[in-house]
Design a protein around this ligand. Structure first.
Ligand code: ZN
Length: 104
């Protein structure tokens, strides 16, 4: 039952699939493992349910995480609050630049 011909992704350490159809086959295998486990009344360790395209190896991996198919980077908070003095300094700078551009 052990299959070791699948290449392993160096960055994720997961089995690397070349194409989505390989993923489908693997998912089916995982699903069969699950139902077999159910029949035998044991807990299956096959929990792969999702696949995602890996940017590091350009292949496909299986993951049991539903919510995060891709790496999420926190969005930088926009600078919304500008303290008074800084804001007026920026306005001065902006208008100064405006005058310079207009004069040229
Ligand atoms: Zn990878």
């Amino acid at each position: 039952m052990s299959r070791h011909h699948d290449p392993i992704c160096e960055s994720s350490g997961k089995v690397r699939f070349r194409e989505p159809k390989d993923i489908k086959r693997a998912l089916r295998r995982a699903d069969q493992g699950r139902s077999r486990a159910r029949l035998n009344d044991v807990t299956s360790n096959r929990r792969e349910i999702k696949s995602y395209n890996c940017a590091d190896c350009n292949g496909w991996h299986l993951t049991s995480q539903q919510a995060r198919p891709i790496r999420l980077v926190p969005v930088a908070r926009p600078i919304a609050i500008i303290p008074g003095p800084a804001a007026s300094a920026m306005r001065r700078m902006a208008s100064a630049t405006g005058f310079t551009v207009a004069a040229a």
